[in-house]
Design a protein around this ligand. Structure first.
Ligand code: MRU
Length: 364
């Protein structure tokens, strides 16, 4: 009998060269149905990002890099300026899909730099270089997440209870996740963590995605509603909190899924360390503080009727539905990156992280 293919063996986001397609798992269908999408046109790719078929900051970045490469591949122009005009339009289009995760802009800017740096080359050579860059961005994400896992693992002990919010897992990255990377590595090494996954209203990324991928991978995971996290913390069941992030400002303020800052505030009350897991592609040194981060507002229906059998609130009710909130830097015990763990004062230590990154690059 053929064994079931587990989530860890699927690609969250990939490039199908033969069919010129962005390949993703349609995350809106999980956990009920594993549907693989092969997207070939820009509107479908834009919609996949907007409607959260592919989601999570690193995965969005990789999808955008592959997406803009596919757009570039289709451009019929021999002259650089003609090519660049259309490339730039494709880039702006994908950049308009979601505003908060800086990885989207980071990846598109990386692709843009490749084009600008190779002005002297032929358009077909530039297309090849864009292909290579998209592949490199994807590949790097795997290494980055593994490194975050190794650093994160130094912050916890076998048997610890760990709480997480939203999905910063395999499904939000190419592999391992960011906040879940220490959990997966620990699992491989027999750490027996007890994970608590917040369900994460309104889109249930914790219930549908985190609980699903950790459970399927054999970790000990307990699903809780968002309003239960104070209880599990007060009970002494949580020794550390690991969450992902969509954008870290230069002062360490961190935007992540709505509800994250509540978890951080409660964690402070119970003296539980609260860690942001963020690849350097999520750290935006050009955004000074959390107040400068644009927070995505999403449709009211996500709150009023989605997931319910029938509408659960009066027609016409006012709804406030921000997708993210900003956790103030003083609530954050550390920012776990692929180059180490930054601690307060973040204005200084995040710069050190980028210096390490530069040195690492130079060592090749
Ligand atoms: O709206 P989503 O599902 O894209 O939000 C995702 C999150 O908030 C994640 O925690 C964040 O992107 C980090 S993913 C490693």
């Amino acid at each position: 009998m053929e064994s079931k293919k587990l989530i860890m063996n699927y690609d969250t986001v990939a490039l199908d060269d033969e069919n010129s397609a962005l390949v993703i798992i349609d995350q809106t269908k999980l956990p009920g149905k594993m549907e693989i999408l092969r997207l070939t046109n820009q509107k479908d790719i834009w919609e996949a990002i907007y409607f959260l078929k592919v989601r999570g900051a690193p995965a969005i970045g990789v999808a955008a890099a592959i997406g803009v490469y596919l757009a570039a591949k289709e451009i019929q122009a021999d002259d650089f300026d003609d090519f660049y005009k259309l490339f730039d339009q494709a880039k702006d289009y994908l950049a308009s899909s979601r505003p908060t995760a800086v990885n989207l802009f980071w990846a598109l800017n990386r692709m843009d730099s490749v084009v600008k740096a190779n002005r002297g080359k032929s358009v077909s050579e530039i297309k090849e270089l864009l292909h290579n860059e998209a592949i490199a961005i994807r590949k790097e994400d795997i290494w980055v997440c593994k490194q975050i896992g190794e650093f994160g693992l130094t912050l916890v002990k076998p048997g610890d209870g760990i709480l997480t919010h939203c999905n910063a897992g395999q499904l939000a990255t190419v592999k391992y996740g960011t906040a879940t990377a220490p959990m997966y590595l620990g699992h491989e090494r027999g750490y027996n963590f007890k994970i608590f996954a917040d369900e994460t209203r309104p889109l249930l990324q914790g219930a549908r995605l985190t609980a699903f991928e950790l459970f399927e991978s054999g970790l000990d995971v307990t699903l809780i509603c968002d309003n239960m996290s104070a209880t599990v913390m007060k009970n002494g069941w949580v020794k550390a909190i690991f969450v992902g992030c969509d954008r870290v400002a230069a002062n360490g303020d961190a935007a992540n899924k709505i509800g994250t800052s509540v978890v951080a505030i409660v964690a402070k009350r119970y003296n539980i360390p609260f860690y942001i897991c963020a690849p350097t592609s999520t750290i935006d040194m050009s955004t000074k503080t959390g107040a400068d981060i644009k927070i995505e507002q999403r449709p009211a229906e996500e709150v009023t009727e989605m997931w319910y059998k029938e509408r659960m609130s009066p027609e016409g009710i006012k709804v406030f539905n921000p997708a993210f909130d900003v956790t103030d830097n003083d609530l954050i015990s550390g920012i776990v990156t692929e180059y180490g763990i930054a601690r307060a004062p973040y204005t200084e230590t995040l710069k050190d992280i980028f210096q390490k990154k530069e040195k690492f690059k130079d060592s090749f």
